[in-house]
Design a protein around this ligand. Sequence first.
Ligand code: PEP
Ligand code: CO
Length: 449
Amino acid sequence: MSVEPDPDVVAGLDLWQQMAVPQQPQWPDADELAGVRTRLASLPPLVFAGEADALRAMLGAAGRGEAFVLQGGDCAETFAEATADNIRNKIKVILQMAVVLTYGASMPVVKIGRMAGQYAKPRSSDSETRDGVTLPAFRGDIINGYEFEESVRRPNPQRLLDAYHTSASTLNLIRAFTTGGFASLLRVHEWNKGFTANPAYARYEEIAAEIDRAIRFMAACGADVEALRTVDFYSSHEGLLLDYERPLTRIDSRTGLPYDCSAHFLWIGERTRQVDGAHMDYFARVHNPLGVKLGPTVTGDEALRVLDRLNPTGEPGRVTFITRMGAGKVRDLLPAVVEKVAADGRPVTWICDPMHGNTITANGYKTRRFSDVMDEVAGFFEVHRALGTIPGGLHVELTGDDVTEVLGGTEEIDEAGLALRYETTVDPRLNHQQGLEMAFQVAELLRAH
Ligand code: PEP
Ligand code: CO
């Protein structure tokens, strides 16, 4: 039996269109955009509302300290990079990290990719000038192309359809990999053994050996480790481009409620989280689990007003606060915000984005230091542990490839080394080894508790 939606609820989904919406492109042709939106609205949803509900429950568990979240992927996906190899490598590093974290936390790890839809980027300026030529800023493949050419930078609504189809094929491969045997625990564990066999990473061998013993223990007890072949893997992206999110929002026939079926989890970025803003208005109306980035300027009162908008009734798992304060600030700024929210009592899940508060420029490249990234993670754990609240997970920008975009790590990528393989179009990502190192170090932090 299907439940009919309340007409006011459906009408509410378009109220944002009467508001000023930050960080949207200037579409040159309104009719073309309208045609694309109609087409998108007729295409099948990319995810099922029931899956979003399952993720909400898992995020609620992470908020109570019964699970740990690992959300990772590109800063900006590109259409050209949506290849089998790239998707496989990214899933592989997330699964490898998840096994290590599962052991460290002795808890289920909730795996969420910044994948299959992470195509829209907020920018500090609407335009970019090079050699006296001014063109629209690159806002992500869903809007325009990166190449500095008038025809490429002009916002093109057809790209919304390309984004949909590329997301669909990415998600299809994710589903195949995570249910078809590729993700089996034994296989992922073999990959991790390969990593720690490299003498450079010997310091992680102890944990790897413990995981090995744990798996053999499980097998000896009669657990069917061979059967651990499938994992739940969720998709997420920044809910930024409302001309894309609106047509992919669908009424769930089970409940009559709207869900944004472009992804399981959507987050509101640091630049669009105004409490009275259009993004807050829109996402308050959909029933997915939501993230909200909280940067160094946020106050505890603001965080409470976000909860008033997005989770007035205090549903567990509905709101995840993704804090990104910067390594030098997290210990000073995070406590007041966490204390205020904890005193309120409505549940939230706290996860740490150690990337976006730690971006620097070196040798002409936008980069980050691995040591700063790890320092923010350590600070996040310290703050929560001192307050008795729960450090519930990590949000990271990574790739499965051997890029050289973040400084440091055991391989000591230095400023000159950045030039070797710097491929990101937006923010620098941890490479495969740096991602794994982070997981081993965070496993130590989780275990130390
Ligand atoms: C991002 O996650 O890529 C991003 C733009 O983050 P923030 O909104 O926190 O700056
Ligand atoms: Co980024």
